[in-house]
Structures are given as structure tokens and as C-alpha cells.
Design a protein around this ligand. Structure first.
Ligand code: ADE
Length: 233
């Protein structure tokens, strides 16, 4: 049982719409060029927002949810491109670790994804991952655990996807997870990053993304709300 304030974050309107719909009523606050939605759910305070796409906007939103709105736990819900061939459209992946695939100062002898005083991988909260296994069982769903690679690129290229997969041992890729992870890690806020697959980051990715964004976002949002129930319980 926790009554800590929970942030639920997405990158795009479609990723948080199912959550706002479920809550029904909420208070909207305009802050830092974005809208933040606050609600009380089963006696616990929630703050919900979509950041806009990419690492910079997601960094701003995650930081704002924690520092301005007082969130003490952060859950991210959204879609991702599959790297692992075992992941199909609609499948769920929970991030165990996250890395920035486009962070590159290899010219100075550092590995991809690394800058001095940083780390190639940020670890997600283990307790929350354990909780997600209970949620998956209760929903009768199988959820893959794996490394998620993040970058400011929509990847629609087999070669780039395979490079990200082999360089970071990543199972999926997206554009916000690692930046949110850096913020939460630095501010000591337990975080959970869940993604439902919308495409395979290949030459058909943009078409697949457009077709499956909404349904995959719903898959992810439903699971994240069950996570909220589990955290509160
Ligand atoms: N999010 C969903 N699909 C993606 C892709 N192919 N590249 C980057 N982010 C994504």
C-alpha cells in the first residue's frame, strides 16, 4: 500500500488519452508550455501529462512532474519499435535498463551511450518490475523484460535497428525512455517504463506506427493503470 503521488507520463496525446478517459474528471494546469492533469484515484494523487516527442521534451516533463507537481513515483506508458524478433505489434515490454543510442563521444575513446560522470545504462526500479509480473499474471498477459534504447530518431531502417540491437543488447527502441530514466535516477524517484510495440523499426515502420499507435497505446495504458492499482493496493 502506497499513497505516494504518482506521475503517469506519455510522449504523445494518444498515449495518455486512455488514462484520462478512465479517470473521467481531472484538473488541468498549464505549466512550462505543457498541460498537466491532476486527479485523485482511489485516494491517491496522480499527475498525468504527455511530454511531446523526444529526449528534451520528456526530460522537461519528467522533471516538472517531480519537482513542480511533487510526484514520488513515475510510470511511463507508450509505444516502441521492436528490435527483438520475438516482439510483435501489440506486445508489451518492460524496461529493465535504458540507454541513449544516439549519445556519441566515441571520438574520445568512450563507448556509445556514455559521457563522463554518466552511465551507458540506467537501471529501472526492480520492485516495480516485480509488481509488473504480478500484474501480468493477473491479466493473463505475457510481458517481456528487456533493454530499451532511446534516441532522437524515428528508426525506420533495418541496418540502424540492428546496430542499436547489437551495440546496446536492446530489445526495443523509442524516443523518451532513457531521458526519463536519467531524471528519475538523479532525483531518486522509482520509475517504470512500459511500451507496447507499434512497429518493427524497419522500412515499413512509419506505416505500421500510424496504423497501430492508438491500439498499442491502449494496451500499454491499460497495463499501466493496473500497475497503479497494484501500487495503491
Ligand atoms: N516509437 C515507436 N516506434 C518507433 C520507432 N520506429 N523509432 C523510434 N521511436 C519509436
Amino acid at each position: 500500500m502506497s499513497n505516494k503521488k504518482i506521475a503517469i507520463m506519455g510522449a504523445m496525446p494518444e498515449e495518455i488519452a486512455p488514462i484520462l478517459e478512465k479517470l473521467g474528471t481531472y484538473k488541468t494546469t498549464q505549466y512550462a508550455n505543457n498541460k498537466y492533469y491532476e486527479a485523485s484515484y482511489k485516494g491517491v494523487d496522480l499527475v498525468i501529462a504527455y511530454s511531446k516527442i523526444g529526449k528534451v521534451f520528456s526530460t522537461l516533463t519528467a522533471t516538472t512532474m517531480i519537482e513542480h507537481f511533487g510526484a514520488e513515483i513515475l510510470l511511463f506508458s507508450g509505444v516502441a519499435g521492436a528490435i527483438s524478433s520475438t516482439l510483435k505489434v501489440g506486445d508489451l515490454i518492460v524496461a529493465t535498463q535504458l540507454s541513449q543510442h544516439d549519445l556519441d563521444i566515441t571520438a574520445f575513446g568512450h563507448p556509445f551511450g556514455y559521457v563522463p560522470e554518466g552511465a551507458v545504462f540506467i537501471e529501472a526500479d526492480k520492485k516495480m518490475i516485480e509488481l509488473s509480473k504480478e500484474v501480468a499474471t493477473s491479466m493473463g498477459k505475457s510481458v517481456k523484460e528487456g533493454i530499451i534504447a532511446t534516441g532522437d530518431q524515428f528508426v525506420a531502417n533495418e541496418e540502424r535497428k540492428n546496430w542499436i540491437g547489437s551495440t546496446f543488447d536492446a530489445d526495443a527502441l523509442e524516443m523518451e525512455g532513457a531521458s526519463v530514466a536519467v531524471v528519475c535516477d538523479a532525483l531518486d524517484v522509482p520509475f517504470f517504463i512500459l511500451r507496447a510495440i507499434s512497429d518493427a523499426a524497419d522500412m515499413d515502420a512509419s506505416f505500421s506506427f500510424d496504423e497501430f499507435l492508438e491500439t498499442s497505446a491502449i494496451e500499454s495504458a491499460e497495463f499501466v493503470m493496473k500497475m497503479v492499482d497494484k501500487i495503491i493496493e
